[in-house]
Design a protein around this ligand. Structure first.
Ligand code: MEV
Length: 437
């Protein structure tokens, strides 16, 4: 039987590691060293990171990179990216350069409304709950006046509450659908606090509502939580150029455009391709979301749900040629913050935002949509021409060589050799062994 460990989170870091090493790692003496080499000598900085989550035992590094040459709405940007996958940053930089010479990207925020729901159980009369809601709506709204005071000063706050009868999807299921404007904050805490407060006010009022007591059917709050599906918090980014200027890898513009549009059509038609197509887009989006201290899980969940908004999971990007002009765009929901949360706490998230000149959350939406479009452009360009492995494995070769502790001279020789040969992990190992013998 596994032994329960209690009070674990209160133990000092060393004690936690000793426990882990003795119970899960066979007292391996290297284990402590591995963790400790990533501790920061600056104890204040280390304490800050320790405090982000519970039971921290070390720091997990990811590379923080920059992709220059982005022109967005005529403003130059160097975009911060945090990601482990080789060739993502190179791909972004390639696209930035490619489109810079054609006027750059344009991007616009379509809407910024966030939402959350108080999910209700109610098995009584529909008319009763509808009338009750109309009566108490002003009370629900004013129940959060203290909480939303500061947000209101900045032009945000609760927008509206509506009661939705969703009993056709689930018996006895109603919702209070609440919409919010949260300005430059992602707003998760604000929205959840508002929802929980409104939910309490709703239940308090329900107890004293006569028609409910008459039938002995009271509405009950099941859960109150924001939604990470934000189709009313939407941004679009696009590029365009005369089709003749779309030459890449020695392929004539018209042919390139045809192959490119076909690749998108395939992603529109086939879910298996669409998921990978969109994954490539998320390579760019997640990297900037992370570098600016935003919540990549909520962004991922919301964007993938949006990709299936019409019932079929499909491509997030679109391309066409009309009157000799190639147009290529992306439309995605993005709930981001440039104040609050980790953005002001994590020194590198702060840095990421400051190298973008401390954008508003709207501007950050535009930048991130562009990063997704750029990433998709580079991936499709490679896929319809040389294939992605050429560029990918070239970058990955360095990972393999570093893993084998190759010297500079070994690296130079190997890179030269594999200019002419297909890179596989085992061929690189064989080649290095040959060099060493
Ligand atoms: C790899 O991380 C991303 C790609 O698979 C995206 C795509 O296929 O479009 C190259």
């Amino acid at each position: 039987m596994m032994e329960l460990i209690s009070g674990f989170s209160k133990k000092p870091k060393e004690e936690k590691i000793n426990w882990l090493v003795s119970t899960h790692l066979n007292n391996n003496p290297e284990a402590f060293k591995t963790l400790k080499q990533y501790w920061n000598n600056d104890t204040k900085l280390q304490k800050l990171h320790d405090g982000f989550i519970e039971n921290t035992i070390s720091n997990y590094y990811l590379p923080f990179a920059i992709a220059p040459n982005f022109l967005i709405n005529n403003k130059p940007y160097t975009i911060p990216m945090v990601i482990e996958e080789s060739s993502v940053v190179a791909a972004a930089s390639y696209s930035a350069k490619f489109w810079l010479s054609k006027g750059g990207f344009t991007s616009e925020v379509i809407s910024t409304v966030k939402n959350g729901q108080i999910h209700l159980n109610f098995y009584g009369n529909n008319i009763d709950i509808q009338q009750f809601f109309l009566k108490i709506k002003p009370i629900l709204k004013s129940s959060i006046s203290k909480i939303e005071k500061n947000m209101k000063k900045r032009g945000g706050g609760l927008i509206d509450i509506i009661l939705k009868n969703t009993t056709e999807t689930l018996k006895g299921y109603y919702q209070l659908h609440c919409t919010f404007e949260t300005n430059d904050a992602m707003g998760a805490n604000f929205i959840n606090t508002c929802l929980e407060t409104i939910a309490k006010a709703f239940e308090n009022e329900a107890v004293n509502y006569k028609p409910f007591s008459k039938t002995n059917q009271f509405p009950e709050v099941a859960i109150s939580i924001l939604s990470n599906y934000v189709p009313e918090c939407l941004v679009r980014a696009q590029v365009q150029c005369p089709v003749d200027e779309l030459t890449a890898e020695g392929i004539e513009g018209k042919v390139f455009a045809k192959k490119f549009i076909r690749a998108i059509d395939i992603a529109k038609a086939e879910k298996r391709r669409a998921v990978t197509h969109n994954k490539g887009i998320m390579n760019g989006i997640d990297a900037v979301v992370l570098a600016t201290g935003n919540d990549f899980r909520s962004v991922e969940a919301g964007i993938h749900a949006y990709a299936s908004k019409d019932g079929n999971y499909t491509s997030l990007t679109h391309a066409s040629v009309k009157d000799g002009i190639f147009k290529y765009s992306i439309e995605i929901p993005l709930a981001l913050g440039t104040i609050g949360g980790l953005t002001g706490l994590h020194p590198l998230a702060k840095f990421g935002l400051s190298m973008l000149q401390n954008p508003s959350s709207k501007e950050l939406m535009q930048i991130i949509a562009v990063a997704g479009l750029a990433q998709n452009f580079a991936a499709l360009r490679a896929l319809i021409t040389t294939g992605i492995q050429k560029g990918h494995m070239k970058m990955h070769l360095m990972n393999i060589l570093n893993n084998l502790n190759a010297t500079i001279s070994e690296k130079e020789k190997t890179v030269q050799y594999f200019e002419e040969h297909t890179i596989t992990h085992s061929d690189v190992v064989t080649y290095i062994n040959k060099l060493r013998n």
